[in-house]
Design a protein around this ligand. Structure first.
Ligand code: ATP
Ligand code: MG
Length: 564
């Protein structure tokens, strides 16, 4: 399924599009759309759909619309509309023309509903929700026809107009398509087209008291926009006959007639891909917001430090399937590491600091060491990093009683190791807090001839450690993350709520870490590797008073090992 091979085979949607192109005449243009409902932020599953729709159109010289399916004012808002646009752009896609809204078509949809009534294909039903459910029946036995099904055209028109004008209560009646109450396809058993809702709409205010259902709005919106391929997830397969029925009844010369094509939704292990479930995490305060770096939302992943290219590569790499499947979260992280390995500047940050004093280094001397930014990228250049007598190093890079030199390449008494981009040092002694037993200061000597790049010392060492000059260090906050859920399929348990699988240790905040001073210049679009530690990016909370870094991903996938 990987698309990294040099001759990727065509997926079934591309095959379809190529057939259609071959059949079509001049002027045929592939048109796709991404149709989110603005009732939450986009998640990794939507990223899949965005990449699929936009790259398919690009590949065949077509265009992609961004259309908000804003047909349920009770759950939708401008905040979501704006966040969704930002996310699509951040992923690197430009939609065709203006942003579109299903609400732009409310009047046209209404006029078409009137037309269907006149053709005897729609009626107002006064049955209660329970009565309708009862009459709908079950798949293998026919349902029952509503007593209101044969209302006169005049009465239907009058009632629909009154519904629209707000003269009837919510839930008192609906407009239904008149299709077939005995159809084995439940979607065709006189589906609801309009319901009464008196909630103001974020765009149309209180102009409308009725709102179209998804099935009535979607295909017609597609047709109005000249969409050729309306790609959606598998759960809509059973809706396809209805999608086609509506278009047929309208009898308009929709040219081309849009066709619905389904593919399997993307599921990712240890992850929730449902806006309503993610919404609950936000409203109940399990996370700090939709863009919490632990969230599988596009804005959360952006804030965490995932790159647009990594998400696009993942979305393409997993391929297009017709059967439900689950992708491993580790695969997503693989794509993130792959891209960051190319982009991220290697810098030094000490997350669990202990003081190291080089006792034979002159007290007031500072050397600016030239250190390369990225061995993977010859263009990345280098920077100067200050070296001095007092440094911060990682506490676990030192052992009071290290095991044999074959097993321990780092620092200890009488153990030699290299400080990255600087000198070879040898541990001499250390100071310990008698009460806590904690090492508070380590002493070492350096070998002046061992300077990196011009080492004439002849000393051989196997380990290299990172460090930060203490007087130059920038004190920062670092937020380390772990998976948000401890179960591979948190939403897949019948007897347990997904919230029960929340990882209580999904965030660990280090209040006092030290990074090299070059990071004072870091910007929101910079990606870093703290060498030997992982990939990091500035958090949105960061300020010049206090830099805050998010751990994007560790250097290697150690989930499996840690959770053995
Ligand atoms: P959710 O269940 O999270 O609310 P949705 O399908 O209701 O998702 P929409 O805003 O209606 O959300 O989705 C916009 C588009 O994104 C639709 O075409 C939908 O099929 C697609 N989509 C949503 N979730 C996924 C997913 N997990 N994988 C692939 N495509 C998805
Ligand atoms: Mg939906």
């Amino acid at each position: 399924m990987s698309n990294t091979e040099s001759t990727p085979s065509k997926n079934f949607i591309e095959v379809r599009v190529e057939e259609d192109l071959a059949k079509a005449g001049n002027g045929y243009e592939v048109m796709t759309r991404f149709p989110p409902e603005p009732n939450g932020y986009l998640h990794i599953g939507h990223a899949k759909s965005i990449v699929l729709n936009f790259t398919l159109a690009q590949k065949y010289g077509g265009k992609t619309n961004l259309r908000f399916d804003d047909t349920n004012p009770a759950k939708e808002s401008t905040e979501f509309v704006n966040a969704i646009q930002r996310d699509v752009q951040w992923l690197g896609f430009d939609w065709n023309g203006e942003v579109k809204y299903a609400s732009d078509y409310f009047q046209q949809l209404y006029d078409w509903a009137v037309e269907l009534i006149k053709k005897g294909k729609a009626y107002v039903d006064d049955s209660s929700v329970e009565e309708m459910r009862e009459m709908r029946g079950v798949p293998n036995t026919p349902g029952a026809e509503s007593p209101y099904r044969d209302r006169s055209v005049e009465e239907n028109l009058k009632l629909l107009k009154e519904m629209k004008e707000g003269k009837h209560e919510e839930g008192s009646r609906v407009l239904r398509a008149k299709i077939d109450m005995a159809s084995p396809n439940m979607q065709l058993r006189d589906p609801i087209m309009y319901r009464i809702l008196k909630t103001p709409h974020h765009r149309t205010g209180d102009e409308w008291s009725i709102y179209p259902m998804y099935d009535w709005a979607h295909g017609q919106s597609d047709a109005l926009e000249g969409i050729t391929h309306s790609i959606c997830t598998l759960e809509f397969e059973v809706h396809r006959p209805l999608y086609e029925w509506f278009l047929e009844q309208l009898g308009e010369a929709f040219n081309p007639t849009p066709q619905q094509i389904e593919f399997a939704r993307l599921n990712v292990s240890y992850t929730i891909t449902s806006k309503s479930k993610l919404s609950k995490l936000v409203t109940e305060g399990h996370v700090t917001g939709w863009d919490d770096p632990r969230m599988p939302t596009i804005s959360g992943m952006r804030r965490r430090g995932y790159t647009p290219l990594a998400l696009r590569n993942f979305a393409e790499g997993v391929g297009i399937a017709r059967r439900e499947n689950v992708q491993d979260l580790s695969l997503l992280e693989f794509y993130v590491r792959e891209d960051l390995n190319k982009k991220a500047h290697r810098v030094m940050g000490v997350l669990n600091p202990v003081k190291l004093v080089i006792t034979n280094y002159p007290e007031d001397q500072v050397e600016w060491m030239e250190i390369g930014n990225n061995p993977e990228d010859p263009e990345a250049g280098s920077r100067k990093v200050p070296f001095s007598r007092e440094l911060w190093i990682e506490r676990d890079d030192f052992k009071e009683n290290p095991p044999s030199p074959k097993k321990w390449y780092r620092l200890g008494p009488e153990r030699k190791t290299r400080l990255k981009g600087a000198y070879i040092i040898e541990g001499t002694d250390f100071i310990k807090d008698e009460k806590t037993g904690e090492v508070t200061e380590i002493h070492a000597v350096y070998f002046p001839e061992s300077k990196s790049g011009s080492d004439t010392s002849g000393i051989k060492v196997k380990g290299t450690m990172h460090w930060v000059s203490a007087p130059h260090a920038e004190e920062v906050e670092v937020r380390q993350y772990d998976r948000l859920f401890l179960d591979p399929d948190p939403a897949g348990h019948k007897d347990k709520d997904y919230l029960e699988f929340l990882n209580p240790d999904s965030i660990n905040i280090i209040k006092k870490a030290y990074v090299e001073p070059s990071l004072k210049e870091a910007g929101q679009d910079d990606y870093f590797q703290f060498i030997r530690k992982g990939y990091y990016k500035l958090d949105d909370d960061s300020s010049s008073d206090k830099l805050v870094f998010n751990q994007t991903v560790t250097l290697r996938d150690n989930w499996a090992k840690k959770n053995k």
